[in-house]
Design a protein around this ligand. Sequence first.
Ligand code: HEM
Length: 345
Amino acid sequence: MWTERRRRRAQLLLLMAAAAVVVVGSALASAQEAALRVGFYRATCPIAEDVVLAEMRLILMEDDTLAPSLLRMHYHDCFVQGCDGSIMLQSRKGKTERDALPNRSMRGYDAIERIKARLETVCPLTVSCADIIAMAARDAVYLSHGPWYDVETGRRDGNVTAAEYVENDLPPPDSNIIDVKTFFSVKSLNSKDIAVLFGCHSIGTSHCGPIRKRLYNFTGNMDQDPSLDPAYATELRKLCPPPRPGDNDGVPVGGKTKVPLDPGSNYTFDLSYYRHVLATGGLFQSDGSLLHDPVTRGYVEKVANASSPDEYYADFAAAMLKMGRTDVLVGDLGEIRPTCGIFVD
Ligand code: HEM
């Protein structure tokens, strides 16, 4: 009798252990399923990355100035509430991330929507807008003669947005290195990541608004930033004359002047941004701030003097991967919607 009870108890324990193995196993499997990874769509939409690249080729053939903007969009998406595609959301009341000042100069929303529409025809309700933005950013770099790198996918989209999040989460262009490090450390990005990611300014342009203070009123005494190379400052002053009352270059409208971020090579993703920062102090105060910290300055000097881009390109791939993991929604969180720019109010 006693032996029989022990036998039953042993059987019960064995059953419980087996059940625990099944529960833990399936939890691990679903965590793995939910995780961000390279090739997330391999089973559900194997041509997703090819479709994005093919559309990006067409989009940039029509307007190559969209490459830098789409790269910037991934950064602005990730820094504001995580890489969740919320930058695409629209509001009839002007209250979304898209409406905030730093995003009013953003272009390429239609390009993302165009890629999304193409993907919906081949794999309906499968590929998130956040992933499309991440893949488009990678393709923008690649199609600007930069490196190819693997993008992790599996993000899902958020549907919460507010204009003030943008002001809170994105460092302004007049940031010093302390500000920059503070904003980036909140996103778990360190000094090396900062120096690497700022290389995005190897392509693209800026309106005059973000540099006017640096050129004309640095300390409030109608002065110029002394750390800006005088010859470069003279060029910039020609392109961007002093503001007139009522001017607001921060809100771009057709025909406003645009200044290259990396003069002479602003549509080629390469190392010359680092040489430009070292020689002139860069376009924005935040670019120049890289020179005011031993780690970031050391990195700028190393890349500026590198004989091959390979090491920088490997660092860039790693830093983009890291930025692309910022506060992502995976698994059952968030949603996959048929269009990216739905109206939230
Ligand atoms: C402290 C950090 C940063 C600041 C203050 C900053 C600021 C700016 C500003 C003011 C512009 C010009 C916008 C305009 O007037 O059109 C710009 C352009 C750009 N930014 Fe940044 N940025 C930062 C970091 C980054 C990072 C990390 C990336 C990429 C991951 C990036 C990618 C770009 C690109 C590609 C452009 C050119 C956009 C175009 O040509 O349309 N930026 N940035």
